[in-house]
Write a protein that binds this ligand. Structure first.
Ligand SMILES: CC(C)(COP(=O)(O)OP(=O)(O)OC[C@H]1O[C@@H](n2cnc3c(N)ncnc32)[C@H](O)[C@@H]1OP(=O)(O)O)[C@@H](O)C(=O)NCCC(=O)NCCS
Length: 172
């Protein structure tokens, strides 16, 4: 396999980010098949237009993992993103950590997360937090292994559906 390279996202990456985002979102959350809410969320959240705006948004850090000129995963952090249960004044939110299924279990998620943490620290964050769907067993096991503390559960709402999520955080 060619080496994996990490780099910051550029405006022209929106198309591939959108496609990969839909793929990983559905693999992860459409565990019982596709319903309207899931389809709507995937197509709205991961349109190229939406991703172009996310890439350009001040305070958003997107790190890509690539093999050659192919995107295989990305991490997305929003700086200065507060959470009611997080008291740290300079918190960043890990909004997405997405890896194509065929590249999981090889340490790439760990590398992407470390790169995202390093970038957030350089930009002034003292803590990174993330919420994980209670049905995502692999991610629930992944974050504590990367040094994340469990801060409890909380509801998460999308498209009028509410699901239980778990909140994790790590001091950088
Ligand atoms: C959750 C996710 C980011 C984790 O990334 P990952 O690349 O699979 O995780 P890693 O490979 O870094 O670590 C997982 C396992 O691989 C092992 N591993 C690490 N380096 C390795 C290497 N070089 N070779 C083989 N295995 C390795 C780790 O030890 C770990 O093993 P364990 O589960 O037995 O402890 C990824 O599975 C993913 O994107 N999932 C879909 C989307 C998702 O759920 N995102 C999180 C939303 S909150």
């Amino acid at each position: 396999m060619q080496p994996i390279t990490l780099r910051k996202a550029l405006p022209q990456d929106a198309l591939c980010l959108a496609a990969l985002g839909i793929q990983v979102f559905l693999d992860t959350y459409a565990t019982e098949g596709i319903r309207d809410a899931i389809a709507q969320e995937a197509l709205e959240s991961f349109s190229p237009e939406r991703l172009s705006k996310v890439i350009a948004r001040p305070g958003t850090l997107i790190t890509l993992a690539e093999i050659g000129d192919h995107l295989i995963g990305f991490a997305q952090v929003a700086m200065n993103s507060n959470h009611e249960r997080i008291t740290s004044p300079r918190a960043g939110e890990l909004q997405r950590l997405y890896l194509q299924e065929r590249f999981t279990g090889q340490g790439i998620g760990c590398r992407l997360l470390e790169a995202a943490e390093q970038q957030a620290r350089l930009d002034g964050a003292s803590l990174l937090w993330a919420t994980v769907w209670a049905g995502n067993d692999r991610a629930l096991a992944f974050y504590p292994r990367q040094g994340y503390e469990h801060f409890g559960s909380q509801p998460y709402t999308f498209q009028d559906e509410t699901h239980e999520n778990q909140l994790f955080g790590k001091f950088l």
